[in-house]
Design a protein around this ligand. Structure first.
Ligand code: RIB
Ligand code: CA
Length: 321
């Protein structure tokens, strides 16, 4: 395999709602020295804020990165009533796998305060990876919109150009807090901050098939084994409904994009989020023909080299050996 160019180190903040695929994304980031993780913020989404925060600590301990700082964020969306996805990720959010009670601390500082203060105070660009509902980011933006000027790029998992996975129209992260998603996209457009959106249409092509899960087990390291076991019980409904041969790895695509953007195909399109319609709330509205006169454009992922993605993931996880 060609030696891919080593990308320069990126200062990174990860906002997440672990969540099985969030856990894999966090471990991929921890295994990648090109990523300088400044902090992890947690948000209510797949499961409650208490559980996503506990899970983030458990995953950092699993990845032997207990010096990482985890900041608990918002416990509920900005406007709509809360929803969770425990039926997808298990009641404990990690596929029912029991981890030791985490010992590493949870920061006292609120995730929104960490995001706002980090971006306002930084003198160098920061990349933001969002793996869950965008409540924390939007709340920080409402407090200090100028903070986004420090962002090099926001890379988010969310949306769908085709069918959603919560309603026919909407994907979970945007459905769980549509107003937050709209605030983030609108503010990024206003300040001309690049945004990459990796939708279900792409993540549903990043399937953890049995051979790919076996390749993780063949690494014979406890972290790769744990990931394979989590994936054995993840996204079973999606697999059944869509005839997939394994669970789609949504959130790790965000980290893979940061590491090797060449694994993805993107298209610049005007886009916004539907917030008003009770039928399509949370829908990523892509204005291909420019008829809506939207303020900004996103880089929408439209393709993925799935073999290259799993090669990256498997190679990175070797480092835990
Ligand atoms: O729709 C998939 C997204 O919703 C992923 O981020 C998953 O973790 C859930 O948060
Ligand atoms: Ca997530």
């Amino acid at each position: 395999m060609d030696v891919l160019p080593t990308h320069k180190s990126k200062s990174l903040i990860i906002d997440c709602d672990p969540g099985i695929d969030d856990a894999v994304a966090l471990l991929l980031a921890m295994a990648s020295p090109q990523l300088d993780i400044l902090g992890i913020t947690t948000v209510a989404g797949n499961v409650s804020i208490e559980t996503t925060s506990t899970n983030a600590r458990s995953i950092c301990e699993l990845g032997q990165r207990t010096a990482l700082k985890i900041f608990p964020g918002c416990p509920r969306p900005m406007v709509r009533k809360p929803i969770i996805a425990a039926h997808v990720h298990g009641e404990n959010g990690l596929g029912g796998i029991r981890f030791p009670k985490p010992q590493m601390p949870l920061q006292q500082k609120h995730g929104v305060d960490f995001l706002r203060d980090s971006l306002l105070q930084s003198t160098t660009p920061i990349t933001l990876a969002t793996l869950g509902p965008l409540t924390n980011i939007a709340t920080a933006i409402v407090q200090a919109p100028q903070m986004v000027q420090t962002l090099e790029r926001i890379v988010m998992m969310g949306g769908a150009a085709g069918a959603g996975n919560v309603s026919g129209a909407a994907e979970f992260n945007f459905y769980a807090d549509p107003h937050a998603a709209q605030v983030v996209l609108q503010t990024a457009a206003e300040y001309e901050i690049p945004v990459t959106v990796i939708p279900l249409d792409v993540t549903h092509r990043a399937i953890a098939t049995p051979p790919r899960r076996q390749a993780l087990r063949d690494l014979h390291n406890p972290i790769a084994d744990t990931i394979a076991t989590m994936l054995d019980n993840y996204g079973l409904r999606e697999q059944r409904d869509m005839g997939l041969s394994g669970p789609p790895l949504h959130d790790p695509c965000v980290i893979a994009y940061l590491l090797q953007p060449e694994l993805f195909v993107t298209e610049s399109v005007p886009a916004t989020i539907e917030v008003a319609s009770p039928l399509t709330q949370g829908r990523l509205v892509i204005d291909y023909d420019g008829e809506l006169d939207l303020p900004g454009r996103i880089d929408l992922a439209t393709g993925i080299n799935a073999e290259g993605f799993y090669g990256l993931l498997t190679e990175a996880l070797k480092s835990f050996g």
